[in-house]
Design a protein around this ligand. Structure first.
Ligand code: SF4
Ligand code: SF4
Length: 431
């Protein structure tokens, strides 16, 4: 067993030898806890293990692979890389494992990808293309950078200077502009002045997710500095993936606390919830809709603030100084639910797997790019759950989720509505 000085630095897989070696293969990372389990249906939490039905694909398999790699007992192969990357890094395993053992499973999975890139083996070829797009055109799609603001509706003028800076992100700028448009209209309706970044670049989510740590760090430094130059006190996102990147992964990459970023990172649902509760925004227009809310991984269990830690591990794995564990319970769960419940005519029904136990949509962390079939399969699993509770619409707070669900619905020719919460909020504003 590992004893001695260690830290949560994901650039060194060795920091997680204790976590990898202490996995007891109980599969708490695969099954939803019994107290929440609604029955045999919807009882798994890990998309990768559920889809590939082979132990290597579960977190427990990857812990053993990681340990063998760290100890030089295993060589890379195509199949090994596939196992490392056909995983949505959704954090469901981390939540499951921490119910019992407090092992740092999500961080270990991230560290494994960083090691794979450092060893010259990762990421997958599809990821390299996305990375090239980000590095040369500042967006993940490889489309012209100068079109980044084309979504901005006529008649809405961002302020040259404001406390709130809206970071739009690649998806809402290019492929889901309805989310960006709804967001700025909501800000206008509530009388919230906002600015945009003078020259917005990609947040680098895919770079970090696939293990390209040097490129992700450089982008994190550039983006944080660009926000500081504007003087904004709040960075607003309408994208869960971007939210996690700014709030959790930038501080993690730069070995600092979220609290020391120099500005607050806020998702649209947090801002709108506050505006409603202060009376600055009224959602009084009736929308007769039975809907369910999908907790995006990056706005929920993966969104807890980052606090660096280094210390010692002693007998029975005890750590000193104490480590504030991130167990996923402090994610952004209530604000979107309170918003939806505040709208007249909206009936919110919950899916069996919700909050920190939600099943990932399958799109994020490099999955959709390298394993599109797996991503659509995961979305389908979730849509089965939507059907089970009889909802007419699935609502999420992330363009990645919306796009993946929409593709899965259209492939299946269903009538289910797929909406972003910004669209629902806008539709409920009178006038
Ligand atoms: S829950 Fe944790 S200890 Fe149990 S199998 Fe999964 S990773 Fe291993
Ligand atoms: S991060 Fe998600 S997909 Fe990957 S092993 Fe964990 S639960 Fe499974």
């Amino acid at each position: 067993m590992f004893k001695g000085k260690t830290s949560l630095d994901v650039t060194q897989l060795e920091n997680f030898i204790y976590d990898m070696s202490k996995c007891i293969k109980c599969k708490g990372c695969t099954w939803v806890d019994h107290i929440y389990m609604p029955g045999v249906k919807f009882s798994t939490r890990c998309p990768s293990a559920t889809r590939y039905l082979f132990d290597s694909y579960g977190a427990y398999g990857k812990m053993r692979i990681g340990l063998a790699l760290a100890e030089g007992r295993l060589d890379y192969s195509d199949e090994l890389l596939r196992i490392l990357y056909a995983c949505t890094l959704c954090g469901a395993c981390d939540v499951g494992c921490k119910r019992n053992l407090d092992l740092e499973i999500e961080l270990t999975l991230e560290a494994l990808r960083i090691k794979a890139v450092k060893d010259g083996k990762g990421p997958m070829p599809e990821h390299k293309k996305i990375a090239q797009n980000i590095l040369t055109r500042h967006n993940r799609f490889g489309v012209p950078h100068e079109n980044r603001r084309k979504w901005l509706p006529e008649g809405i003028k961002p302020s040259p200077k404001a406390d709130v800076l809206y970071f739009v992100g690649c998806s809402a700028s290019y492929t889901s502009p309805e989310i960006a448009r709804a967001t700025v209209k909501i800000l206008n309706a509530s009388g919230t002045p906002f600015m945009l970044m003078p020259d917005e670049w990609c947040c680098g989510n895919v770079l970090y997710s696939v293990g390209m740590i040097d490129e992700a760090q450089a982008l994190a430094r550039r983006n944080i500095e660009a926000v500081k130059q504007t003087g904004a006190t709040t960075l607003l996102t309408s994208c869960a993936e971007g939210y996690r990147m700014w709030k959790v992964d930038y501080p993690k990459l730069l070995n600092m606390s979220t609290a020391d970023l120099g500005f607050k990172v806020v998702h649209l649902v947090e801002l709108v919830d506050e505006l409603i509760k202060k009376g600055a925004l009224k959602l009084t227009k009736r929308l007769d809709l039975k809907l369910t809310y999908h907790d995006s991984c990056s706005l929920s269990r993966l969104s807890e603030p980052w606090i660096p830690w280094e210390g010692k591990r002693g007998q029975w794995g005890m750590v000193s100084p104490p480590l504030e564990r991130r167990r996923g319970t402090n994610g952004v769960y209530q604000p979107p639910r309170d918003i939806l419940k505040a709208i007249p005519g909206v009936e919110l029904v919950e899916m069996p797997r919700m909050r920190e136990n939600a099943f990932c949509c399958g799109a994020g962390r490099g999955t959709k790019e390298a394993f599109p079939d797996f991503a659509l399969w995961a979305a389908r699993q979730r849509l089965e759950e939507v059907k089970e509770v009889g909802a007419e619409a699935i609502v999420s707070a992330c363009p990645w989720c919306k796009e993946n669900f929409a593709q899965a619905v259209s492939k299946n020719g269903e009538g289910l509505k797929v909406l972003d919460i910004s669209e629902i909020i806008l539709a409920a504003i009178p006038g």
